[in-house]
Design a protein around this ligand. Structure first.
Ligand code: DON
Length: 307
C-alpha cells in the first residue's frame, strides 16, 4: 500500500494548483465570503493512524454533512419510527427540490435531501426549545470527536435563517401533510443551526470514525449505533449522500460519503478509514468539486472502494 502521508501531500499539491475550482455557494450570503483557494484533507485509519494535509485546521461550515449526525441523533431517540417520516430512496433531484413531495404525501425521499433532513430534525426539535434540539446534535458531535470546543457559527446560522425561504417553503409544505410535528419556525431554527456547525477536516474525520468501525466510537469503545445501523447509514450515504450526483460519486469514488455546500465531504471506507475533505468550490449539483476529485484520487491510490 502506498504511503498515506505522501499520497495526501501529492493530492493536496495537485488540488492547490488546480485552476478550475468550482463556485462557492452564494445563496447563503455568509458562505459566499469563503475563499475557493482552500483545500484540506484528513484521513484516520482503523488502526488509529491520522494524517492531514493542507488547511486541515481551518474550520468550515459543515452544512449538509450535519444531516448524518442529525439522523444518528433521531435514530437514537426515536428508533425505527424515523422511517415513517422519511424514505430511503435516492431522489435524483436537486438537494432543495420540492417536486416529489406533493405526489408522495409530503414524505421526503431520504434523510439527506433538505426536505428529509428538516423532517428528521423535526423529530429532534418537536416538544423542545430550539436550543435543546441543537444542543443534542452538538453534544453528539462533541462526543464523537472528544472535542468540546466544536460549536455553531452564529453568523452563518443567522445568514441562512434570513434567506432560507426555500427551506421554509419545504417545511411549511410538509407541515400541511402532517410530516412536521413541531412549530415550523422552531424546527427550521434547529436545522439552520445544525447546518452552521463549524468543524475542521481533522474534527470531521474524527466524528466519522464510528461509521468505519461498525458503529463503535474508538475513544470510548461505546456503541454509538448498532453495527446494522452503521451499515444502513453508510448505505444511505452511498445512495443519497450527493443528491442527483450520488450515482456519479459512487461510480468515481465508490465510498459512502456525505457532502455539504460549505465544500466539506465526509467519506467512509468501512473497516479502513474515516476521511474528511474540504474545498469550498462546488459542482453544479452543490458538491465540492475538488473534494470529489481528491477522494477519487485517494480511493484509487489506497484501494479503498466498497465495490
Ligand atoms: O439547507 C441548505 O440549503 C443548507 N443549509 C444545506 C444544503 C447543503 O449543504 C446541500 N449540500 N451539498
Amino acid at each position: 500500500m502506498p504511503d498515506l502521508a505522501e499520497t495526501l501531500s501529492d493530492i493536496t499539491a495537485r488540488m492547490l494548483a488546480e485552476p478550475e475550482r468550482g463556485h462557492v455557494a452564494d445563496y447563503i450570503p455568509e458562505l459566499a465570503k469563503v475563499s475557493p483557494q482552500h483545500f484540506g484533507i484528513t484521513v484516520i485509519t482503523a488502526d488509529g493512524q491520522e494524517q492531514s494535509a493542507g488547511d486541515a485546521h481551518v474550520p468550515f461550515s459543515i452544512q449538509s454533512v450535519s444531516k448524518v449526525f442529525a439522523l444518528v441523533e433521531a435514530l437514537q431517540s426515536h428508533g425505527e419510527a424515523v422511517w415513517a417520516r422519511v424514505g430511503r430512496e435516492p431522489s435524483g433531484s436537486a438537494f432543495n427540490s420540492i417536486v416529489q413531495l406533493e405526489a408522495e404525501g409530503g414524505r421526503p425521499r431520504n434523510p439527506f435531501i433538505n426536505a428529509g433532513a428538516i423532517a428528521v430534525t423535526d423529530l429532534i426539535a418537536a416538544g423542545h426549545e430550539p436550543r435543546e434540539g441543537i444542543g443534542a446534535i452538538l453534544r453528539l458531535v462533541r462526543r464523537l470527536t472528544g472535542d468540546p470546543s466544536i460549536t455553531v457559527d452564529g453568523a452563518v446560522a443567522y445568514s441562512e435563517a434570513a434567506t432560507g425561504f426555500r427551506n421554509a417553503g419545504l417545511a411549511n409544505f410538509m407541515k400541511s401533510f402532517g410530516i412536521i410535528a413541531g412549530p415550523v419556525g422552531n424546527t427550521l431554527d434547529v436545522y439552520f443551526h445544525q447546518c452552521a456547525i463549524a468543524m475542521t477536516t481533522r474534527q470531521l474525520a474524527r466524528a466519522g470514525r464510528f461509521l468505519m468501525n461498525a458503529g463503535v466510537c474508538p475513544d470510548s469503545g461505546n456503541a454509538i449505533v448498532t453495527p446494522e445501523r452503521s451499515r444502513r447509514i453508510a448505505a444511505l450515504m452511498l445512495t443519497c449522500g450527493h443528491y442527483d450526483a450520488s450515482g456519479d460519486f459512487a461510480f468515481k469514488v465508490g465510498l459512502p460519503a456525505k457532502s455539504g455546500v460549505g465544500g466539506g465531504i465526509l467519506a467512509i471506507a468501512p473497516g479502513q478509514a474515516s476521511i474528511a475533505v474540504w474545498s469550498p468550490g462546488l459542482s453544479p449539483q452543490g458538491n465540492s468539486l475538488l473534494g470529489t476529485q481528491a477522494l477519487e484520487d485517494l480511493s484509487r491510490a489506497m484501494g479503498w472502494n466498497v465495490f
